[in-house]
Design a protein around this ligand. Structure first.
Ligand code: UDP
Ligand code: MG
Length: 306
């Protein structure tokens, strides 16, 4: 099997037919034999029936039904575990990613990259609730990656079978991040891809709580830097508090008691705040270590032994 395309779907009855149609129209541009695996993530609408109907006329289509709704990322691991292709491409099943971009992803993989990430040009998602958090996350984790990419949230990605297997083996957390794999020595790159609005006009199959949890998960899963920033902020506050202490002493000489008291209060507040923040950042570092242990993130990966 040359290529497996993995598509997690949850209540996407309206998108299945157009999705299958778009996939059929680009198959001739892709390596063959290939398979398209729809992972039905516990849908409660007619997604399964639509998929089975489509399967009757498209032999390359496979359906993996999960027992309940496990979430997009876990559904994708299930797709990885059931895929046989030398290369694996993932994309959303709601037509926000464009199947016509798959050949580009495959071309890059064939250049020798292990992971190829889509970089959504002209992203069609809500600005404040979706794009602003993405900007923050992408900015933080770009600073901590050997192969920085712009868009850590795009689901249209390509993997070698080996990379997909590793991801499924040790990603116990909800999400995984190209930066983690870049750190382990996989070659990661990106290509520009299109992005469309959801055809049904609804925002998402993910609720707000899941969104917030994904945001945190990306932030702490891909990098420990947030703790570093916290410690730096705490230490900076403590340093400034010394300045305020000096200002308090000087005021006592030249400016009088009330100015001295004001500076003293500023010094104390900064010192207390800085100490608390520094301590919580250091505790965060310990927690990060535990997190890596239970997340089974490997310390190294062997490419081959000759
Ligand atoms: N999805 C899934 N399980 C879920 C939620 C979503 O398999 O619990 C699928 C969904 O059907 C879609 C893809 O994951 O194919 C992306 O979901 P969504 O469009 O809601 O995410 P967004 O585009 O808003 O990030
Ligand atoms: Mg979507």
């Amino acid at each position: 099997m040359e290529l497996s395309i993995v598509i997690p779907v949850y209540n996407e009855e309206a998108s299945i037919d157009p999705m299958v149609e778009r996939l059929s129209s680009i198959l001739s541009d892709l390596p063959s034999p290939l398979e398209v695996i729809f992972v039905n993530d516990g849908s409660r609408d007619a997604t399964e029936e639509k998929l089975l109907d489509a399967k009757a006329s498209h032999p390359w289509l496979r359906v993996v039904n999960l027992r309940r709704n496990f979430g997009q990322h876990i559904a994708t691991y299930a797709g990885f575990d059931h895929s046989e292709g030398r290369l694996v491409v993932t994309l959303d099943g709601d037509l926000q990613n464009d199947p016509a971009d798959i050949p580009k992803i495959v071309e890059k993989l064939d250049e020798g990259y292990d992971i190829v990430c889509g970089w959504r040009m002209d992203r069609k998602d809500a600005f404040l609730s979706r794009r602003v958090p993405s900007l923050v996350v992408n900015w933080v984790i770009r600073r901590d990656s050997p192969h920085p990419i712009h868009d850590s949230g795009c689901f249209l990605r390509g993997y070698t079978k080996e990379a997909a297997e590793e991801i499924s083996r040790y990603s116990s957390t909800r999400s995984w991040f190209p930066v983690m794999f870049a750190k382990l020595g996989f070659r990661v790159t990106e290509v520009e891809v299109r992005h469309h609005a959801r055809p049904d006009e609804e925002d998402s199959r993910h609720g707000t709580i899941t969104r917030i949890s994904q945001f945190l998960s990306i932030l702490v899963g891909a990098t420990d830097n947030p703790f570093l920033y916290v410690v730096i902020a705490g230490m900076a506050a403590i340093t400034v508090s010394f300045g305020a202490l000096v200002a308090a002493a000087l005021s006592l000489i030249v400016g009088g008691l009330s100015a001295a008291l004001t500076w003293a209060v500023v010094a104390i507040v900064l010192a207390v705040w800085g100490t608390l923040v520094t301590v919580s950042g250091v505790v965060g570092e310990y927690v990060a270590r535990v997190h890596h242990e239970i997340g089974r993130t490997p310390r190294y990966l062997v490419r081959d032994i000759k």
